[in-house]
Design a protein around this ligand. Structure first.
Ligand code: ZN
Length: 260
């Protein structure tokens, strides 16, 4: 990823997506918490979102967010949904973890504090998606499901897709117990790249980046069209929020994409 700084607000962009002039995209960084929660005043979150929108160059009233629930539910949105969840959470798209559109001028954003945000772009059909893949979303195949919805609804071919796997908890820090390790072992059998023995007995290190890359490859996305940020949110307190590091009070950063 590359760091950009516009109007004093740094954010990150994927190198491969930055080549395309018909989209804007970002992963927010030091702009502050952009997730509505009990631990932050709504007004602060609104202000941070407005600053982010100004820096990246989208209309905050055309932002769409989802009530993320670690599901494999994908929703297609249109301009009628523009602004849902933009400046308050009540109106956000309920109970889903991936947003897809072929409409221009609306910014799809997922929020994260360790979970894996994935941005998808089809430059042939002009279709975009923003996906929230936590470990539960990853093992239920949210990314694969999103690629399937893009194909069904918009005739996207997976070989045309570009995918960006954004900063999130890395294999260095994602330690799980036997139960979660077993679920990954069933989803990705005999794959030592994804589940490794941890430092202590009964602990395992899981690589969510590789797991999501594998799902993209299995969906037909080409390896060279997948960019992994490779930045661990837990290891970078100066840049990203992390639930594992900061606990219940952790803020949220966002990954967003918009067709121009
Ligand atoms: Zn780490």
């Amino acid at each position: 990823m590359e760091k950009q700084r516009i109007k004093d607000f740094p954010f990150y962009c994927f190198k491969h997506l930055s080549r395309f002039e018909r989209i804007k995209h970002f992963v927010s960084s030091e702009v502050g918490n952009i997730g509505f929660s009990d631990s932050e005043a709504d007004e602060t979150v609104r202000l941070n979102r407005c600053r982010l929108a100004e820096a990246v160059g989208f209309d905050v009233h055309h932002l769409i967010t989802a009530q993320q629930v670690h599901s494999a539910t994908v929703k297609v949105v249109t301009e009628q949904d523009a602004g849902r969840g933009a400046l308050e959470k009540e109106s956000r798209i309920p109970m889903c973890d991936a947003l897809v559109t072929n409409r221009r001028g609306i910014c799809l954003m997922v929020l994260s504090a360790d979970c894996v945000p994935v941005l998808l772009y089809d430059p042939e059909r002009q279709v975009i998606a923003a996906v929230h893949a936590g470990w539960r979303g990853t093992v239920t195949g949210i990314v694969r499901k999103t690629v399937a919805v893009m194909a069904e609804r918009f005739a996207c071919r997976s070989a045309d897709l570009l995918a960006g796997i954004a900063p999130s908890i890395g294999p260095c820090c994602f330690e799980v117990g036997e139960e979660v390790a077993r679920v990954f072992g069933e989803m990705f059998p005999a794959d030592p790249e994804i589940v490794r023995q941890g430092k202590c007995m009964g602990k395992f290190q899981v690589d969510l980046w590789e797991a999501n890359r594998r799902e993209l490859l299995e969906s037909g996305v080409r390896d060279e069209q997948i960019e992994i940020a490779g930045m661990c949110t837990v290891c970078r307190p100066e840049h990203f929020f992390s639930y594992r590091r900061d606990g219940e009070l952790a803020g949220r950063f966002g990954a967003g994409i918009m067709l121009l």
